[in-house]
Design a protein around this ligand. Structure first.
Ligand code: ADP
Ligand code: MG
Length: 454
């Protein structure tokens, strides 16, 4: 699934039109402007305070359901209104007043936690039981069990959910604990703006006086030397003061490209644990649990049908069940039968039957005798970089992912690296018949792997 941005907004508007009446749409939604959609938080600007309040009181679930239909995920919706004029776009934050839905405040910084990301709602299976146990242990006895706790795994497998569950469980036991949960991207941005403002002391204080620091998606430090350096000192200072650190990443410490060795080694001081893709039984359990959260009981045939079709990403699993539930509610269907679920999901499942980067990786690693971690690693030897380049070339040709998204599948490489990879494969194919044949055969195998499965 592509990353979410305000570009998705027109699709959400289209979904909204199917969920509310035409006049409701005109009155309440037409004038909404998306300001930012990032990390599961969507910020919308309403043309007036009145509209903002009305939407906050009456339409948040509908807005979230519409977003979910488009992205498979329920964002935290933050509403603001434009005080300057009724229809003008806000030009600066000064004009904005906020009314934030589903936000929690901890410490003096705003920390956004998703209400449903708790331990109670976390289904434990062989794919995640170690990470779950370690998260619980950290929340019970911070800095005494595993420090740092480093969890890694592919997207949509529950890393953010676990980190936020640790936040809540810790605060439930220790309400005065100073904890800070932040995405690495925000950490990097705050660091950059602290440099620009020449205000590093403040930045440092903020991070070095917490009892528990959780940084989500730490792989974002790749290629950011100065932030790595800064984070190194933050890490040492917290660690030496016996404060707990929890990190999540899409790959293991040593596979994060260009991560300094001294950080790689520190990340391994505590416990490094991986999230695997859930097995069929765990997927069914997750589906049942997600349905239950929405007051629904899931017929076993329907759960099995969805679990068979979505096998690697819990976020997509959730998107599928949410779609069924939203449509059942809309059409006032009492019991979701298999044919009904099939009708709701056939588009979605057909889309997911398109070639994915994962399919390409499967074929290339199998045929060229490599491991996924090699493709994602920082290794630049020819035997690894050539297949990696081929994967990127095929991903550009056979999927609709952007260069940035493709780069992310290969250890967070940036888009210029992907451009280079693609052009080097093209050049080599132009010159060399063996390469042409090899790439042609791999492409054929990827296409066939899809057709066989259908
Ligand atoms: P990641 O951060 O690894 O990309 P998330 O934590 O955002 O993944 O999880 C994606 C979705 O899947 C979330 O809605 C989350 O609640 C759900 N999810 C992931 N793991 C579990 C689990 N073990 N039990 C229940 N829901 C889960
Ligand atoms: Mg995450």
């Amino acid at each position: 699934m592509g990353s979410v941005s305000t570009d998705c907004w027109p699709k959400v508007q289209a979904a909204l039109r199917t969920l509310v009446s035409a006049s409701q749409y005109r009155t309440w939604f037409q004038g909404l402007e998306p300001r930012e959609w990032h990390n599961d938080q969507l910020t919308l600007v309403a043309p007036s305070r009145y509209t903002m309040d009305w939407i906050a009181r009456h339409f948040l679930p509908v807005l979230q359901a519409a977003c979910e239909q488009v992205t498979g995920n329920r964002p935290v919706v933050k509403l603001e209104y434009c005080r300057a004029s009724l229809h003008a776009r806000p030009s600066s934050n000064d004009h904005l007043r906020s009314n934030t839905a589903r936000l929690s405040l901890y410490d003096e910084d705003q920390i956004q936690l998703n209400d449903t990301y708790t331990f109670d709602n976390f289904v434990v299976g062989p794919c995640n039981h170690l990470a779950h146990a370690a998260g619980l242990a950290v929340a019970e006895a911070p800095a005494l069990s595993y420090n740092p706790l480093f969890v890694h795994g592919n997207v949509g497998l529950g890393k953010t959910h676990l980190l936020q569950a640790v936040c809540r469980a810790t605060l439930a036991r220790r309400p005065n604990f100073r904890l800070h949960y932040i995405s690495c991207e925000t950490f990097v941005n705050q660091f950059i703006s602290a440099i620009e403002r020449r205000d590093l002391d403040n930045f440092r204080n903020r991070y070095r006086r917490v009892d528990l620091l959780l940084i989500d998606d730490i792989h974002y430090l790749a290629d950011k030397e100065r932030t790595q350096e800064e984070f190194f000192h933050t890490f040492n200072s917290l660690y030496n003061a016996k404060k707990q650190i929890v990190l999540s990443s899409d790959s293991s410490p040593k596979e994060i490209p260009t991560l300094e060795d001294r950080l790689v080694s520190r990340f391994k001081w505590g416990l490094v644990t991986r999230f695997d893709a859930p097995a069929f039984e765990t997927r069914v359990a997750i589906l049942n649990q997600k349905a239950k959260l929405k007051g629904f009981r899931l017929n076993p045939d329907v759960a099995a049908y969805i679990a068979e079709h979505v096998d690697s990403n819990i976020r997509e699993l959730e998107g599928a069940i949410n779609r069924v539930i939203a449509l059942a509610a809309l059409k006032q269907v009492k019991e979701v039968t298999l044919p009904f679920a099939h009708d709701c999901l056939k588009d979605l499942f057909e889309v997911s039957d398109h070639v994915s980067v994962g399919d390409i990786i499967d074929v290339v690693t199998r045929e060229m005798n490599l491991k996924l971690v090699d493709l994602q690693s920082r290794k630049r030897t020819k035997t690894i970089s050539f297949p990696r380049h081929i994967c990127m070339y095929l991903a550009k040709k056979m999927t609709s992912h952007s260069l940035v998204e493709i780069g992310r599948h290969f250890g967070g490489r940036d888009h210029s690296t992907v451009v280079y990879a693609i052009s080097s494969v093209r050049t080599r194919m132009g010159k060399d018949e063996d390469t042409r044949q090899l790439v042609g055969r791999l492409e054929h195998l990827v296409g066939r792997s899809k057709r066989v499965r259908n």
